[in-house]
Design a protein around this ligand. Structure first.
Ligand code: 15L
Length: 259
């Protein structure tokens, strides 16, 4: 595990879970978000910052060994909004990381980088990307920057194509895409502790029986999901007994985002 870790998006749904998980495991945690954050742990420093303001990137990464990047726009939005934070801000963070000697990034990519694959198609991380909107395009861009900074500058990244990380799965698509919070934390922890990752792309899902993702190229991370959406299957099916099979939510891996 790296000693000095920057966590972006620390006030968000997943960022809040990660703060609690990472603080006891690292020497120093610097948590940042544009929104207010809950009180810090003893070894935690809070920095309020807008990731779209590129002048702040150098200060955020100063003294850090690794970045857990869960910040930015996390849903579909107009291109200018997505571009400012997830593209321009994202690239500024990597450039600052390079200048500051950061060694490793764990990046929250998304199912929406490949959302236009149909749910009947099984894909692995070497299949071409098929983003389902501006947000998906920004996630593909993020993965490209991660690849470039590994190939050219030796900064390692684990890009997690997160499916649906929620406290509990709540719809039929989640039976395939659900990633429990514990399993999400496990991937991040593996991403920060496995010795050599280069640029690894892993699909972030729990041990769900039904899946359209093949994680063969991420086996070296040693991710062993513990949870499964299957325990919720009966309740989910009972609540939605006759799904419309022509609805894009059921047709594409990206669900509603393809609309
Ligand atoms: C995402 O990338 C979003 O951040 C999240 O809010 C969910 O919508 C998730 O994808 C999903 O598609 O379930």
């Amino acid at each position: 595990m790296y000693d000095n870790v920057l966590l972006t998006g620390a006030a968000g749904k997943l960022g809040s879970v990660l703060r609690r998980h990472l603080a006891p495991r690292v020497k120093r945690l610097r948590s940042t978000d544009i929104a207010a954050m809950a009180a810090p742990a003893a070894n935690e420093e809070l920095v309020t910052a807008d990731l779209g303001d590129t002048s702040l990137a150098a200060g955020l990464v100063k003294g850090m060994d690794a970045i857990v990047h869960f910040g930015g726009i996390s849903s579909e939005a107009d291109f200018d909004t997505v571009c400012r934070v997830n593209i321009i801000g994202f690239r500024a963070l990597y450039e600052a990381a390079r200048l500051a000697g950061v060694k490793r990034v764990v990046y929250s990519s998304s199912v929406h980088a490949i959302g236009f694959y149909e749910q009947t198609t099984v894909i692995d991380s070497r299949d071409p990307t098929r983003p389902d909107g501006n947000y998906g395009v920004s996630k593909v861009f993020g993965e490209s920057i991660a690849q470039l900074y590994w190939d050219k500058y030796g900064i390692e990244t684990v890009s997690i194509r997160i499916g649906s990380s929620e406290a509990e799965p709540s719809n039929r698509r989640h039976l395939l895409t659900w990633l429990s919070f514990d399993d999400m934390c496990q991937i991040v922890e593996r991403g920060l502790s496995v010795p050599r990752v280069g640029h690894t792309i892993i699909f972030g899902a729990s041990r769900n029986d039904a899946t359209f993702w093949d994680n063969r190229y991420a086996r070296h991370l040693g991710y062993q999901p513990k949870d499964s959406a299957d325990a919720y299957r009966n309740a989910i099916v009972a609540a939605d007994p006759k799904p419309d099979r022509d609805d894009v939510v059921m047709r594409y891996q990206g669900g509603i985002f393809v609309k």
